[in-house]
Each structure stands twice: as structure tokens, then as C-alpha cells.
Design a protein around this ligand. Structure first.
Ligand code: NDP
Length: 375
């Protein structure tokens, strides 16, 4: 696509604003009224806990059903999201910017001393706006951190489905398109199936809500990072570039996905189970525990962030359907590699401060950070 066409496509329109507002409005209402397991969050430093209603899967399935009815009744087109892709990208980006500034201003005004709402202000505007000033800001009773990640993951699937409709219309839905769509759909469905595991992740327990998270959730997850280059988003790239995968390449691609999934889900699940019941067996054996607090067996005995390794393999499996003729579709796994290495360093610093000598003991026992024998 020509640069001028991309720039023209990025100009926000009111119809995209309406689309985004309806989407977020639906999620707010569905998240508040649909039934779902109420999961207690991590214990905060003031002894309180948030509770999360994990009804993301119900919200997603109902939304897909409603959209299907709308498409069937010819009230809307299945391709509306793909057609408005760039506009939606810029509208969502502007929305993230706006929300992060409101969060910053609201955080500065807060007089609350609770762990969730106490403002952590350094005085450096860029730092405070980027990282956020409050741990768990709420709006109309909705936990915004949990809400935004849900919106991003669901938005990713909806964009993909709309692109698939476009692929089908253009007659370009070949094996690579199907593999890409299949892997991403399974990843998103799995996320919502195990949504409660999200409540013990770094983002939820440790990260304040600022531009970095809002942008990451709402813009990066569904649209990927670079607004001017739509090619890095594999779905769009496959729309423009026909890739014929060999059978061997397709099988290898499936293997990368399956291994990545097993490691990613297995590691996150083990940690989540361990936090609930530190005595629960792992792989049929009692867990190895350091200082009563750190899990040092299962995936957590192989590398200190095996879950990142699984996620990286999954990211790679989303790009492999694009073949190896261009590096452009590998933007996402490359970006994720940098992000997770940075995150691992920050988590390491946090854990080392929190757990002190037992963290040092864990590092001695499990020397690998992400990839055994390499890093
Ligand atoms: P983790 O789920 O690994 O959470 C880190 C926290 O877990 C630590 O701060 C510590 O918290 C606890 N912990 C660490 N080691 C141990 C241990 N051995 N035993 C017990 N508890 C331990 O990190 P993330 O939240 O960053 O990642 C969660 C998932 O989300 C990962 O799979 C990651 O790949 C994925 N992710 C994906 C992104 C994407 O864009 N696709 C971006 C970021 C993450 P505590 O204080 O509770 O003990």
C-alpha cells in the first residue's frame, strides 16, 4: 500500500469512534452483568485483595453470537473492522493517550492511602505518565487494568476474524492463513478459558496503570506496534502476500505452536496452582519449594521464566505461516523478545528485593532466566 494511502487511512473518523465506543461499552456492561467465577486477587501490601469477575469467555461468545446475528441480518458487514483497520488503530491510539492522561491526573489528585489507589508520584511527568501512578484504578466499579487487557485480547480476535472474512472474499484463505488464524484463535480462547490465571501475573499484581500498559493492551496486542506499517501484522500481510507452505513447514509450524503452548500454559498454570496451594503436586511429585514461598520444580525448576519462553515460541508460531521470504512478519516475536527480556530484568529486581536471600538461593538452584543453557 502506498504511504499516502496509509496516511489517509489513519485519519480518524466518527464511525470508528462509534465502533470503539460500542465495543468498550459492550465489554463494560457484559463484564458487569454476565455470570463468571469471582477470583480473589493477590494479597496487597495493605492486607486488602481485589476480586475479579472472570466472565471474559462468556462476554466473548455472546459478542461473537451478536455480531453473527447482525451480519446474518445484513445490519453490518463482517469486514467492517478490517476495512476500518487503520482508522480504528489511530482512534484507539488517541483513546489510549487520552485515558493515560486522565489516569495520571486522577492519580495525582487521589488522597487514598490504599495499596490500590495510593499515588506513587516521582515528579517526573514522563515517568509517571508512562508507568502510571496508581496500581489498580477503577472507573464505575470496573477494574481498568483487567478491563483493558480483556478488550485488547478480544479485539485481536475480532480483527483477525474480520481479516479472515476479507481473505475468504478475496479467495486468499490458503493453508498459511488458516494456520495463522487457528493459532491466534486458540491463543485468545485459551486466554479467556484460563482468565483467572491472569490475576497472578506481573501486570496485575505489580505494574501500575499508565500509558505503557494502556497502549500495550489496547493498541499493541490487537494492532501491533507500528501504526505506519500495517505489514508487521501477519493477518494483513497474508492478505497482501500469498504464501504457499510446504507440508513439512506446516507440520514444523504446528509443532512450534504445540510446544510453545504446552510450556506457556503449563508454567503459568503451575505458578497459579502453587500460589493457591503450595503443597499441590507438580508432574505427579510434591513441589520443590524454597523458603516456603518460591516454586523451584516443574517448569519453574527449568528456567526462572519458562513461561516467557513458551510465549516467545507461540509468537514465533504466529509469524511462521508467513514463510521466511521477508523479515517483516517477524516484527511481533522480535518485539516480544526485547519486551520479555526487559520485563524479566525488572521482575528479577522486584523479586530479589522482595524475597532477598531466598531469591538468591533460587537463582543458584535455577541459573537460567528464560532459555535453559543459553540465557
Ligand atoms: P509472571 O507470571 O512470571 O509473574 C512474575 C511474578 O511471579 C513475580 O513477580 C513473582 O510474584 C512470581 N514468581 C516469580 N517466580 C516465582 C517462583 N519461582 N515461584 C513463585 N512465584 C514466583 O510474569 P508476567 O506477568 O510478566 O507474565 C505472565 C504471562 O504473560 C507470561 O507467560 C508472559 O509471557 C505473558 N506476557 C505476554 C505479553 C505479550 O505481549 N504477549 C506481555 C507480557 C506478558 P509474587 O510477588 O507474587 O511472588
Amino acid at each position: 500500500m502506498e504511504v499516502e494511502a496509509i496516511l489517509a487511512g489513519l485519519i480518524p473518523s466518527w464511525s470508528s469512534v462509534v465502533l470503539l465506543s460500542c465495543y468498550l461499552g459492550y465489554l463494560a456492561v457484559a463484564g458487569s452483568v454476565l455470570p463468571g467465577k469471582i477470583v480473589p486477587g493477590a494479597l496487597l501490601s495493605d492486607g486488602s485483595r481485589l476480586h475479579y469477575r472472570c466472565n471474559g469467555l462468556a462476554s466473548l461468545l455472546l459478542l461473537v453470537a451478536l455480531l453473527e446475528i447482525g451480519i446474518y441480518m445484513k445490519l453490518m458487514s463482517a469486514m467492517v473492522i478490517a476495512d476500518k483497520g487503520l482508522e480504528l488503530l489511530s482512534v484507539t491510539f488517541i483513546f489510549s493517550l487520552f485515558v493515560s492522561l486522565v489516569l495520571y491526573a486522577a492519580g495525582l489528585k487521589s488522597r487514598s492511602q490504599s495499596s490500590s489507589l495510593k499515588p506513587h508520584v516521582t515528579g517526573d511527568f514522563i515517568h509517571d505518565w508512562w508507568f502510571g501512578v496508581q496500581l489498580n484504578p477503577h472507573f464505575l466499579g470496573i477494574d481498568l487494568k483487567f478491563f483493558f487487557v480483556r478488550a485488547g485480547m478480544m479485539g485481536w480476535l475480532l480483527i483477525n476474524l474480520s481479516l479472515l472474512a476479507k481473505n475468504c472474499e478475496a479467495g486468499t484463505a490458503n493453508l498459511s492463513v488458516i494456520l495463522y488464524q487457528l493459532f491466534c484463535t486458540l491463543y485468545v480462547l485459551d486466554y479467556f478459558f484460563y482468565e483467572e490465571f491472569m490475576t497472578s501475573t506481573w501486570d496485575i499484581i505489580a505494574e501500575k496503570l499508565g500509558f505503557m500498559l494502556v497502549f500495550g493492551d489496547l493498541v499493541f496486542i490487537p494492532f501491533t506496534f507500528m501504526p505506519l506499517f500495517i505489514e508487521p501484522f501477519q493477518g494483513w500481510w497474508l492478505l497482501k502476500n500469498k504464501v504457499e507452505l510446504t507440508k513439512a513447514a506446516a507440520v514444523a509450524n504446528c509443532l512450534v505452536f504445540l510446544v510453545g503452548y504446552r510450556v506457556f500454559r503449563g508454567a503459568n498454570k503451575q505458578k497459579h496452582i502453587f500460589k493457591k496451594d503450595p503443597k499441590a503436586p507438580l508432574w505427579g511429585k510434591p513441589p520443590k519449594v524454597i523458603g516456603g514461598k518460591l516454586l523451584a520444580s516443574g517448569y519453574w525448576g527449568i528456567a526462572r521464566h519458562c513461561n516467557y519462553l513458551g510465549d516467545l515460541l507461540l509468537a514465533l508460531s504466529f509469524s511462521l505461516p508467513c514463510g521466511i521470504s521477508s523479515a517483516i512478519p517477524y516484527f511481533y516475536p522480535t518485539y516480544l523478545l526485547i519486551l520479555l527480556i526487559w520485563r524479566e530484568r525488572r521482575d528479577e529486581a522486584r523479586c530479589s528485593q522482595k524475597y532477598k536471600e531466598i531469591w538468591a538461593e533460587y537463582c543458584q538452584l535455577v541459573p537460567w532466566r528464560i532459555l535453559p543453557y543459553v540465557y
